[in-house]
Design a protein around this ligand. Sequence first.
Ligand code: AMP
Length: 429
Amino acid sequence: MQYGRPDGTFDIVPPVPCGRKEARSFVNDSACWLHVESVFRSVCKTYGFAEIRTPIFEQTDLFHRAVGDGTDIVAKETYDFVTRGGDRLTLRPEGTAGAIRAYVSERLWIERPIAKLLYIGPNFRYERAQRGRYRQHHQAGVEVLGASMPSIDAEIIDLAVSFYRALGIDDITVKVNSVGTKESRASYLDALKAYAEPLLGEMSDDNKRRFEQNPLRMLDSKDKRDIALLQDAPNLIDFLDDASAEHFAKVCQYLTDLGIPFEIDHRLVRGFDYYTRTAFEIQCKVLGDKALGGGGRYNQLVEQLGGPATPGIGFGLGIERVLITMEELGLPRPSGNQLDAFLCPMGDAARDAATSIASNLRKAGLSVDIDYMGRRLKAMLEMADAGGAKYAIVIGDDEIASQTAAVRELATQSQQTIPLSELAMLIKG
Ligand code: AMP
């Protein structure tokens, strides 16, 4: 009996050994993941962010409160379960709710007036699985808590753009909008409902439900007919309160000052109820209508989750979509961890000695693998090549007797015999 992967998931495995023709797609290749994650961490570091890791499940109620009952994610997509102890838990569908819950639980505001947090991890949504949309997907994201100035909104968008550019993804579109405050949204919602009501008969069932439960979400619809029907709907930014309008104008000004091209998208409301003021999304043509990443400001969320009134802003970006984009754009495949040396022991004495020779080299900081299989020299040299090793170290009975090794540089095929004690120094170069 063999077991398959659950629908909408995939395995991430080591890269195909060097020299093999078949290539693995970037999303399946662990070297590609490590590269993207490490670029994300290092770009975040330059903006002063520190890492946070939270549980992959939280109380179900957290997501109902934070993300919102009327959102598609909570209404249709969460993985909910009851534990043996009777607790109602949910696999996290997004990163912000858990990060804010942790900010409140750990009282981070006491140590950091402004907390700049980054996270990387899996999220779970019961969606119709397809390329770029999975049931387990991974997001890298950031949250800034304690700062309400518009320059922070621009800084966060700048961080996201810098990250994509650092990976070589240049051709991106930044879309921004403002969803105002809860109060200013109320008058917009009246206008939106008045506009949509006569058209409801022609809208999708989902949008009929949204009209009743959470009308703003109608603008999220991916249904082509809904999109066309809502084409001339009133615009949110015409209903903003003065402070939100000023905030939005300043965000746009900062983006211009930073040299980040952007578009104002009046239909952009994002799939969560917690957003206030700035909402943004980043797209790349190769992904079609699927966003590379998105985020926004949430000035009420910390308080809503039991913390002190604290403004916040963040974004999340899908790592799978980053990898798909890199591959579609033909960007070079990030290479895996290449070996410095591959040990080729010939004969029992050499095989016995190989473990401690390799151990000494590893203690000197070198990455070393060994042939464990007693293969012939030719096969061992092929293994060394496949591992991308710089050197093959050949040891036979003679070398053991004289405490030496034959070191072959694989790129040039040049070979020399040196004392074992000088091996690490030679390989380090
Ligand atoms: P969201 O949390 O819905 O705002 O999504 C943020 C980003 O996560 C999106 O722009 C995508 O890059 C990614 N994402 C969201 N849902 C999925 C999914 N089901 N599969 C793959 N990536 C996703």
